[in-house]
Design a protein around this ligand. Structure first.
Ligand SMILES: C[S@@+](CC[C@H](N)C(=O)[O-])C[C@H]1O[C@@H](n2cnc3c(N)ncnc32)[C@H](O)[C@@H]1O
Length: 276
């Protein structure tokens, strides 16, 4: 088995986050009535399940790795949401759907696979007018990273931006920014905690007989050590945005747009409304 999958198979999630953060990001949106959801890079499906709890419409989960899709299927069936789920093994860069067939696209910790700006650009056509896109990605929080950290992420994720560059990409791609949520430290340990336990469990095996596994374990440990040493310089952030509705014709009756509310109180540093 590929060493990466040997390490990651069975972990509860594959990016920093957690149910509470999926919920908080969802609350950046206005109230949605049974949205047709597309969950891209669903992985083991923690956010798929939470989105199912938050909504009542159909959910299409997409990933390249078939075992993840099987796991999402099992979890959704076990929780009574199976009838709402469609799984599709496909590349998120070239999706086979008609235009405007989704009301909400969700991509948690996976847009880096094709790049932030590229994902925004490619997925816009899939959203109905007024539809929403929510993505989370790695961003710099400070412009002055120590050299060891800068060099690490320059290699691991050269496209990593900042809050401002991501917000600029959102506008350039023709979306209306709705808000963002910077993930706090507990979100990271929801991911790194189980991962670190798995690395510990595999250590002896790797030392004994598997050089490729040894190298992969070392790389994962380096990433975690970077976060321990320099977590204040970067984090994941959710960004919520909307495809603008077409301008009403001059004789159309006037309607007032629904404003969105942030339902849960949490540290204001982490949450922001973005100016349109
Ligand atoms: C970091 S994981 C995030 C998974 C999940 N959303 C989570 O937060 O736990 C990224 C996921 O994207 C999938 N992936 C990578 N490249 C992809 C592509 N081009 N198209 C579809 N899925 C892809 C991987 O298999 C993996 O499940």
């Amino acid at each position: 088995m590929d060493p990466l999958f040997r390490i990651h198979t069975g972990l509860p999630r594959e990016s920093p986050g957690g149910d509470v953060f999926t919920r908080q990001a969802f609350q950046l949106l206005p109230c949605l009535n049974a949205p047709r959801i597309l969950d891209l890079g669903c992985g083991p499906g923690a956010q798929t399940l939470e989105l199912a709890r938050l909504t009542s419409g159909p959910i299409t989960a997409v990933d390249l790795h078939a075992p993840y899709l099987e796991r999402v299927r099992e979890a959704m069936d076990a929780h009574g949401f199976g009838h709402r789920l469609t799984c599709l093994r496909h590349d998120m860069a070239a999706l086979p759907f008609e235009d405007e067939v989704f009301d909400l696209i969700w991509c948690e910790g996976a847009i880096y696979c094709i790049g932030f700006a590229e994902g925004l650009r490619r997925w816009r056509r899939l959203l109905a007018p007024g539809g929403f896109l929510v993505v989370s990605d790695l961003i710099w929080l400070r412009p002055d990273p120590p050299e060891a950290l800068r060099a690490f992420w320059a290699e691991a994720y050269p496209g990593m931006g900042s809050l401002a560059t991501c917000q600029a990409h959102i506008r350039e791609a023709g979306y209306r920014p709705l808000g963002h949520l910077i993930l706090p430290e507990p979100a990271w340990w929801n991911y790194y905690g189980p991962l670190e336990a798995r690395l510990d469990a595999l250590d002896a095996q790797a030392a004994a007989d598997d050089e490729a596994l040894r190298q992969t374990i070392d790389r994962e440990r380096r990433e975690i050590a970077m976060y321990r040493a320099y977590g204040g310089w970067y984090s994941y952030a959710f960004f919520a945005m909307q495809v603008p509705r077409p301008e009403p014709s001059p004789d159309a009756s006037f309607t007032v747009g629904r404003s969105f509310t942030i339902g849960e109180a949490f540290h204001s540093h982490f949450l922001g409304r973005d100016r349109s």
